[in-house]
Design a protein around this ligand. Structure first.
Ligand code: FE2
Length: 250
């Protein structure tokens, strides 16, 4: 299972209705309100809001056609906008638990109890929530440029709308299409921590002129908790060094 480009889990989707309403309310607030929650206001890894056109986001380019918000379990709920409080205190915990169960199934297929123990002790989750408004930039060719995620695994507990394309094992671009069940793929963390042969999936979001609709996307990322150090296969890993190595890819 771990060698496939895409992991298709036999698990029902969660509903993203409440979460999308919360994000819509947040995005309807003035920019002065929203920019109180930019990534430079948080200390933990990638947490925070990035707006469309922002020059200094950690996880998107200024030409990318989206607003995103990253929430992690490493930051106190009350540091995030109050629009998300109910979600973060309830559904987020339930979904995170389900995602962990699915990731443990993936790790089981690796048959490496040493790493599974490391995952349980040192890894946690963040959620990336992306909103792609209708594209109005005439120069835009894609909505999100090609990248690997920082995660060990990226899991989509709310399924997926059309638009996502990825490079398969022979570097051909494939459209993922609509997903109505939970799925996931490997991120940069898989090749970094586990095995360089387990390449993180390159993916992007295409812009289809004939189908220029609003689009939401939500993914859970497993990453090492901030300020952790552990040893695996005789090698010592540090979470901050890992985050920096990932950011240096861009
Ligand atoms: Fe991604």
């Amino acid at each position: 299972m771990i060698n496939s480009s895409i992991f298709n889990f036999n698990a029902e989707l969660f509903s993203n209705e409440n979460l999308i309403s919360a994000f819509k309310i947040f995005l309807s607030k003035p920019i002065e309100y929203r920019t109180q929650f930019l990534q430079n206001k948080y200390v933990n890894a990638f947490d925070g809001y990035s707006f469309l056109g922002q020059e200094d986001s950690l996880n998107q380019y200024s030409t990318d056609q989206l607003h995103s918000f990253v929430f992690s379990e490493f930051t106190k709920v009350d540091s995030f906008p109050k629009e998300f409080e109910t979600y973060l205190k309830t559904e987020f915990l339930e979904v995170k638990k389900a995602v962990t169960t699915l990731e443990l199934i993936l790790l089981e297929s690796l048959n490496n109890p040493e790493f599974t123990a490391i995952y349980k002790k040192y890894f946690g989750h963040m959620m990336s929530f992306n909103f792609y408004p209708k594209v109005t930039d005439n120069n835009a060719t894609e909505r999100l440029s090609m990248h690997k995620d920082v995660s060990l695994f990226s899991v989509f507990p709310y399924g997926l709308d059309k638009g996502l394309a990825y490079q398969n094992t022979i570097n051909r671009e494939k459209n993922l299409g609509v997903k109505n069940a939970i799925f996931g793929f490997k991120g940069f963390g898989a090749q970094y921590f586990l095995d360089d042969k387990l390449k993180g999936l390159n993916h992007k979001v295409n812009y289809d002129l004939t189908d220029n609709n609003e689009r939401f996307s939500l993914a859970f990322f497993s990453i090492p908790k901030p300020n952790t150090t552990f040893t695996f296969k005789g090698k010592t890993f540090n979470s901050e060094t890992f985050y920096t190595t990932y950011l240096n890819l861009f």
